[in-house]
Write a protein that binds this ligand. Structure first.
Ligand code: F6P
Length: 326
């Protein structure tokens, strides 16, 4: 068993509901296993500036239900430079931290991978992002809550869409990944999802129109993944306005409200299991792996695989969406 006495924990990149549940699980599992825990504030910036606080069990009381992250988060430019990472390593040594748990998305785990290659420090990652775009895990912490938020918002938009008989393009987050758009579209009964994964294969707008779009309906909802390639909801709406001026088109960009709110039960349970698994992994001498979940089993995914940016979208869902929108 690895001789780890002190764990440092940080959250980095975009916040995601369930990060607090993960912080709680990591902290309490580590303390249960007689380790010390140190909370590092503002992501990697806290390692550079030394903003670090000892965590006891009561530091993580009453947070499982809270969105955001009590450790704060940041996208840290200094840590992207060699000099910044050197300072971070010096902080780790000074604080007596033996291993790190990093909760974040692909950018944060990329940082962890580089750091672990340069310095001899065991790091375990937890997939904390609403985007669900990390390879090797069926889902990520925050994704389920964000999907539910999208569903609630779009249900409301549907009321006004149908009253005014309008076509709504609704942009959802995902940073070039279509998971929120595609599954969100299924959840709200949308006419279509415009996603970047199939951008080069088909003109999704033409396909939508060709497939009898609005033939029997007065109003329509289309979810669009944010992305430069899709042009987002604004880009789609502009194209429709120019080519099909008969449609009364509106755009809603859901934006950062998708990242907030109390985590769903699914995200709390996922974050709790993954947080506990991070400590188990470190005790088993694992390093430079992300905790994933596949078919309800915890798995260890090497950082190199997790961040490759090629998590496949389930194409059967696109087909199902098309059938259900006739
Ligand atoms: O990575 C999570 C995410 O919410 C993306 O979906 C989105 O593109 C990005 O963060 C937004 O980042 P910021 O909060 O810096 O605007």
């Amino acid at each position: 068993m690895a001789n780890i006495k002190c764990i440092g924990i940080l959250t980095s990149g975009g916040d995601a509901p369930g990060m607090n549940a993960a912080i709680r699980a990591v902290t309490r599992t580590a303390i249960y296993n007689e380790m010390e825990v140190k909370g590092i504030y503002r992501g990697y910036r806290g390692l550079v500036t030394g903003e670090i606080v000892p965590f006891k069990t009561n530091n993580v009381s009453n947070i499982i239900q809270q969105g955001g992250t009590i450790l704060k988060t940041a996208r840290c430019m200094e840590f992207m430079q060699l000099e910044g990472r050197k300072t971070a390593y010096e902080t780790i040594q000074r604080e007596g931290i033996d291993a790190l748990v990093v909760i974040g998305g692909d950018g944060s785990l990329t940082g962890a991978r580089i750091f672990a290659q340069e310095y001899n420090i065991p790091i375990v990652g937890l997939p904390g992002t609403i985007d669900n775009d990390l390879f090797g895990t069926d889902t990520t912490i925050g994704y389920d809550t964000a999907l539910n938020t999208i569903m609630e918002c779009v249900d409301k938009i549907r009321d006004t869409a149908s009253s005014h008989e309008r076509l709504f393009f609704i942009e959802v987050m995902g940073r070039d990944a279509g998971f929120l758009a595609l599954n969100g579209a299924l959840a709200v009964g949308a006419e279509a999802a415009i996603i970047p994964e199939i951008w080069t294969e088909v003109d999704q707008l033409e396909e939508l129109i060709e497939h009898g779009f609005r033939k029997s309906k007065n109003s329509s909802i289309v979810l669009v993944a944010e992305s430069e390639i899709t042009g987002g909801a604004m880009g789609m709406a502009d194209r429709v306005k120019q080519r099909y001026p008969q449609y009364d088109v509106r755009v809603t960009i859901l934006g950062h409200l998708q990242r907030g709110g109390s985590p769903s039960a699914t995200d709390r349970i996922l974050a709790s299991r993954m947080g506990a698994a991070a400590i188990d992994a470190l005790m088993e001498d694992q390093r430079n792996v992300m905790i994933g979940i596949q078919n309800d089993q915890i798995v260890y995914v090497p950082f190199s695989k997790a961040i490759k940016n090629d998590k496949p979208i389930n194409r059967d869902l696109l087909h199902t969406l098309r059938i259900l929108s006739i």
